[in-house]
Structures are given as C-alpha cells and as structure tokens.
Design a protein around this ligand. Structure first.
Ligand code: ADP
Ligand code: MG
Length: 620
C-alpha cells in the first residue's frame, strides 16, 4: 500500500499563496489599507509611501481602532468583523469582507500595527514578520490605527523583481488613492511620497474633492448629473464635451461608493455624448450609482473592480438618459456644429480686428479682347487659398529638393523590395518632375513613376517625415527651441504634473523650456521648433497618455515614444488640402527617409500601381 501523500499546507504557505491573488503590487496594499481605514469610520486618513511603495507603505487613520485580541486576530486568514453569515454577502455596506487582506500582506512583507479603540487607555503595538508575531506590547497611542508595511515581497524575490519601475508603480498607487478618495469626499485624505506632499484633500463635497484631485481648472468644465429612480440613484459629474481629451484617464464609475469597471455602463455614459465629441476624444466623468446591495454582485473578481447587476439594461438606459439630460440642460448640445467649415472661421490672430474693406483696383486699360492681357489687376487678397499649416516651411529645411537629388546622394540605403531607388528615374525625370504630383480626395498624393504610379498616403507620409526628424534631433541632441512671445500656462491634474516632472529632462532635450512646474499647472516659455503654441498642449497630453501605459525606463525607447507621439499629433490630417509645392515637399521628404515605405506605426506609407496592372484593366 502506498503512503499518504496529501498534506494540509502550513498557514504561512497558504497565506503566501492567497497573497498572490490579493497583492500584485504596492498599489494593491494601498487599496486594502485605505479601504480598511474607511471601513473603520475614519474621518481623516493619511497615506505615506517611499519608493512608490516598494520600501514602505503606511496608512494612519483616526477610526474605531482594534483591541488587543482583534489586533492579533486581524492577521489570521478569513478573520473579518464585516460579515458573519453567508447571507451578509448580499447586504454589504463595507469595502472589505473577505478577511484576507491583512493575512496576505503579513505573509509577504514586514508589518507593524499600532492601534487603539476610543475607550481603551492603552493601545497595542504589534510587529509581524513573515506571518509570525515578532513582538507585541502595550503602548500609548492616539485613537485609530496605523499600519506600516515594509519591504514588500522581501521573501518572494521573483515577485519583487517582477515589479515595474518606481514611476509605473507610483502611477498605480495614485490611481488607487484617487479611487478611494473620490468615493469618500466626506473623509479627509493626505498623501506623501518620499517626503513630499502629493495630495491634501480636506473633507468636503464631491465637487471640491474632484477639483482637489484633478485641478481647479476642471471646475468650470463640470456638469452635475442627478437622477433618482426606483432601481438606482445616479449622481456625480461629467465634463462638457469641449473639455474632452485625447487621454481616457479620468473616467470613474462608483457603485455604492466602490470604484468599479464596467465596459457596458461606460458605454452608456459615452453614448450620451452622441454627436457632441470630436473624434478620438474622451470625456471625463465621475459617476456614482447607489443601488440596493442585494441587486448587485461584486464578488465575482478577487480584486473587486468588476461587478454584476441584476438589471443592467435598465441601468444602461437610465444612465444614458440622465447624462444626456444633464448635457442638454446645460445647453451644451447646440453649441457645437460639426458641419461648420473651419476655413470660414476668423483666424485666431485676426479675431477682434476691425474688418477692412477690400480695395478694388480697376484697370481702366484692360481690354478683354486683346490677345494677351497687359492687365495689372490683382485682387487685393487671395480668396479661397489653401490654408498652410503653421511653420510649414521650417519642417522641410535641409531637405534635398528633388527625389533624384536624394537618391543620387545615396544618403540612405533603402532596404525595400520596392524599386524606390529608381522610383522617379526613366521617362518621368525627363519631364519636369515637380509638376507631376496630384492630390486626390484630400488624402493621397499621386505621382507617375517609371513602373506605373505611386500613391502616397499624405498623413502617414508626414508622420514618417516628422518621426525621422524628431529621432534625428534626439540622437544628435541638437534640438532647438523657439521662444514663445508670452509664456504659456497649461493646466494638468496633480498626477499628470508628477509625470511631467519625470519627463522633464527628456522634454527639455526636445526643446520644451519649462519656466515653472507648480501644483496644478506648468509654465513653458519655449517649444520645439516645428510645433506651434497651440499644439504644445496636444503633444504633452499625448505624451502623458503614452506614459501611463507602462513605458519602460530606457532612454532610447522613450525617445522613440516621444517622437511617435509628436509625429502622431502633429502630422497633417487627411482632408487637408495641399498646394503643389507642399505635395512635392512631402514626396521629396518621404523618400529622403530611411525605409520610406513604412510609417512609424508600421503601416504602409505608399503603394505602387504597376503600369501592367493598369494596362490589364483596359484589355477587356
Ligand atoms: P476585511 O477588510 O475583508 O474584513 P482585512 O484583512 O482587510 O479583511 O481586515 C481584517 C479585519 O481587521 C477587518 O475586518 C477589521 O475588523 C480589522 N481592521 C483592519 N484594518 C483596520 C483599521 N484600519 N481600523 C480598524 N480595524 C481594522
Ligand atoms: Mg480589508
């Protein structure tokens, strides 16, 4: 008979395994500790972290505290004061209920707990290492609880190595902090990182809390939302459509004061903006739903951000209608007219100028029947000319003027199967090349070549040109900056400001000149050559967006991201009318790039239609 091989795991091993689910990173600890503090009815909560939480996370609250026995018990697995029966799961009013968090955290970090309930004389000071109590003593303490978590994953090197850079982990911590702080505006929150103050949020109303986190500038853009129906109460704020941004960051949905993710309800909110948003922009929202706890199930995900609703299609309809109503009430809808032709708008620099009567010169010698007019008549201002993007010419300085010149200079080796080396030679070059470009449908540039014709996607081509240009600037560190006439103040949320500070050196290399970086805004006095003043904020927003998506800390990779983001935001759009000269510039500059056939995003920049293929179409 074979021996028994099944054994019960020792508690500390079981806890470590459970910790794998509860604690993925410092931010998970932050979330659990903050939620415990809120559950303990605190009115003031302080979060202190070091090195993005990898070295130290401390949460200090003024809540109900724990007595000596509870202080020991709270580190046991399935130890909770929040539910006693399975039925309680359907009537939850607290954040926690699993009784797993503290046990898990204590299994993978050094933990120190100081706690005292209001009515006790003395409090308890407990030190725990690897799930084992290292010391316990009585201590003089204020009412409330302080939990200190040091050296996260000290005993699981694989997990510790798996952590991302401080920058990324810090970002996650801020996310969790914001979620809890936004869910509880009536509780004061503070946050400190490496000794400096990140957030100071006094208790107040929801609007104050949102503005406290996202910056004062947001205040005027908030539209209140409120509706009470039989199945749910919905309230909160959405932002005006014109405040929509390219970044998707600030979208918060709370159900019974718990941050949740629901793609379905997100869709309902965004659907309320139908027809009001510029393409590719996202509104910010802070929407709160209150529902009877027995009509939701938050238990389907261990980290509890996903949620199931009994009647989600009714909720969808209510949310969409409520948000739509609010947007309408604030007479936002009619302001935007998407069929408007922006070319007919008064350019910014001309606004406020008194209109000048056009002067008409009449050429009295003009004879319409003469063979060749000797007229000197010229309209005093050209009407309907194509709008030239700002600084267009500077984009193409130092660029050879014809494709032949480029190709003969042998500047770049083109590793393409496409015959780009001889693209423009042959018959075509005998004629005057510069005339042989045509723009079609305001998005493609077509030009005859030896083997047929080349069709260039103008936007992708321009992306490629800009990308190469910025990469060149980075690598040669010869970025130049253009001084702004008036320093430009741009507003960002506190967390964005922190990211901007981290990017500062790279951005300066690019040509941004930072005058001041403050709590909620930055002042720049110079921007990279080639960017206009109005484009500066778009570029920075795009960069922040990229930055949030876990950028590695490698300078070269970063440079590439910056160059891509700038190319992306600054490349001319499809739908832009180009003059013959501009078209020619695109063609020349594109073929001066290494690998001209692919855009920085890996898409084809041009296609070639062979003459044989064209011939074939005419055979029948
Ligand atoms: P849960 O929150 O799911 O109950 P935890 O492991 O997070 O599980 O906490 C265990 C218990 O410890 C809680 O139920 C609560 O009674 C107690 N506790 C934890 N943190 C605090 C705190 N900051 N103040 C008072 N009691 C706390
Ligand atoms: Mg908890």
């Amino acid at each position: 008979m074979s021996a028994n091989i099944i054994r019960l795991l020792p508690d500390h091993v079981a806890n470590q395994i459970a910790a794998g689910e509860v604690v993925q990173r410092p931010a998970s600890v932050v979330k659990e500790l903050l939620e415990n503090a809120v559950d303990a009815q605190s009115t003031s909560v302080k979060l202190i972290i070091k090195d993005a939480g990898k070295t130290l996370i401390q949460v200090v609250d003024n809540g109900v505290g724990m007595n000596e026995t509870d202080a020991r018990l709270c580190f046991e697995r399935h130890a909770t004061s929040k539910i006693t029966r399975a039925e309680d799961l359907f009537n939850l009013h607290t954040k926690g209920f699993r009784g797993e968090a503290l046990a898990s955290i204590a299994a993978i970090a050094h933990v120190e707990l100081k706690t005292k309930p209001e009515d006790a004389e003395l409090g308890t000071h407990l030190v725990i290492e690897g799930s084992k109590v290292a010391s316990q003593e009585l201590a003089v303490l204020p009412k409330g609880t302080s939990i200190l978590v040091k050296n996260l994953f000290y005993n699981i090197p694989a997990r510790r190595n798996f952590l991302k850079s401080d920058k990324v982990e810090f970002r996650h911590v801020i996310d969790e902090f914001q979620r809890v702080a936004l869910a509880h505006p009536n509780v004061a929150f503070e946050m400190f990182h490496n000794g400096s103050d990140v957030f100071q949020l006094p208790a107040g109303n929801l609007r104050k809390r949102i503005v406290g986190i996202m910056g004062n500038k947001l205040d005027e853009k908030l539209v209140p939302v409120h509706e009470q129906t039989e199945i749910a109460e919905i309230y909160g704020f959405v932002t005006k459509p014109e405040a929509a941004r390219k970044t998707r960051g600030e979208q918060f949905l709370f159900v019974n004061d718990r941050f949740v993710k629901s793609a379905y309800l997100h869709h309902a909110i965004v659907a309320a903006y139908e027809g009001l948003l510029r393409e590719g922009t996202h509104p910010a929202y802070y929407i709160y739903l209150n529902l009877p706890p027995n009509t939701i199930d938050i238990n389907i995900h261990p980290t509890k951000t996903e949620i199931k609703f009994d009647d989600d299609s009714a909720l969808y309809a209510i949310i969409r209608a409520t948000v739509k109503h609010s947007l309408g009430q604030f007479s936002i809808a009619p302001v935007l007219d998407f069929n408007r032709n922006p070319e007919l708008d008064t350019p910014y620099e001309m606004q406020g100028n008194a209109s000048v009567k056009p002067t008409v010169e009449v050429d009295t010698n003009y004879n319409p029947f003469a063979e060749k007019s000797t007229s000197s008549f010229k309209p005093s201002r050209s009407i309907g000319g194509t709008a030239k993007p700002a600084n267009w010419d500077t984009l193409y300085s130092n660029i050879p003027s014809s494709a032949d010149e480029i190709l003969s200079s042998g500047g770049h080796t083109v590793e393409s199967e496409l015959p780009s080396e001889n693209l423009f030679s042959g018959q075509v070059s005998e004629e005057k090349q510069s005339n042989l470009v045509f723009q079609i449908h305001k998005k493609y540039i077509v030009s005859p070549i030896k083997s047929g014709m080349v069709i260039i996607d103008q936007r992708r081509a321009h992306q490629k040109i800009l990308f190469e240009r910025y990469m060149n600037i980075f690598q040669n560190k010869n970025s130049s900056s253009q001084q702004l006439l008036f320093p430009l103040q741009l507003y960002f949320s506190a967390s964005e400001i922190i990211m901007l500070k981290e990017m500062q050196t790279h951005l300066s290399e690019l040509g941004f000149v930072f005058e001041k970086i403050e709590q909620e805004s930055i002042v720049i006095s110079g921007v990279p050559v080639g960017i206009s003043e109005s484009e500066a904020s778009i570029v920075l927003e795009d960069l922040l967006n990229d930055w949030q998506n876990d950028l590695p800390d490698d300078t070269e990779v970063l440079q590439e991201h910056l160059a891509k983001a700038m190319a992306q935001s600054l490349a001319l759009k499809s739908g832009t009318v180009l003059s013959a000269e501009e078209q020619q510039n695109i063609v020349n500059s594109l073929f001066a790039c290494p690998d001209p056939q692919v855009s920085p995003f890996g898409k084809p920049t041009y296609v070639i239609q062979n003459i044989e293929e064209i011939d074939k179409k005419f055979i029948l």
